[in-house]
Design a protein around this ligand. Structure first.
Ligand code: SME
Length: 163
């Protein structure tokens, strides 16, 4: 297992190509989900320097008798712990089963502001057997930081996750 990441400069695509290969190497042969999510969040945060990178996983709320998103491994400031289906960007990505890019979070109806520093966001659903089992959430403190390139590469990265 690699202990040091090779952080590259260059285009967004070059950064993703480099970090995707390193993420593959980091999680290859490691069956523990929490360990792998933690290393993916750390690798992405180190390469891109985003404000917040982390996972919310679908889990049952025994009291409410519903599934909800529960905070998982992440890098960045403390964040909201639980998100209902259809709420915020994360809950909307889960409900719609698709990646959502938000160029300006203030213009997204129902955006959940864990931090006022967050300005733009991308949320990518994680699938297992064609059901959403969690989401990857990436926040930037700059406006309009995410595009189709992020969508393609982040979707490929979450597809590497073994459950
Ligand atoms: N903004 C997200 C909530 C999670 S935090 O940003 C880490 C949302 O609207 O779902």
């Amino acid at each position: 297992m690699a202990e040091d990441l090779n952080i590259v400069s260059g285009s967004k695509q070059e950064k993703y190509t480099s970090i995707t290969a390193q993420i593959k190497a980091l999680i290859d042969g490691e069956p523990d989900l929490t360990a792998n999510l933690a290393n993916i969040a750390a690798a992405l945060k180190e390469q891109f320097g985003w404000f917040w990178v982390g996972f919310y996983m679908v889990k049952p709320n025994e009291t409410k008798k519903v599934d909800e998103l529960v905070l998982g491994p992440f890098q960045g400031p403390v964040a909201c712990t639980r998100i209902a289906k259809g709420r915020g960007v994360c809950g909307t990505s889960w409900a719609k089963e698709e990646t959502i890019i938000v160029p300006d979070v203030e213009k997204f109806p129902g955006h959940i502001a864990c931090s006022s520093a967050s300005k733009s966001e991308i949320v990518v659903p994680i699938f297992k057997d064609s059901s959403v089992v969690g989401v990857l959430d990436v926040d930037s403190d700059l406006l309009d930081q995410f595009d189709a390139t992020d969508k393609v590469y982040l979707e490929a990265i979450v597809a590497l996750i073994k459950h």
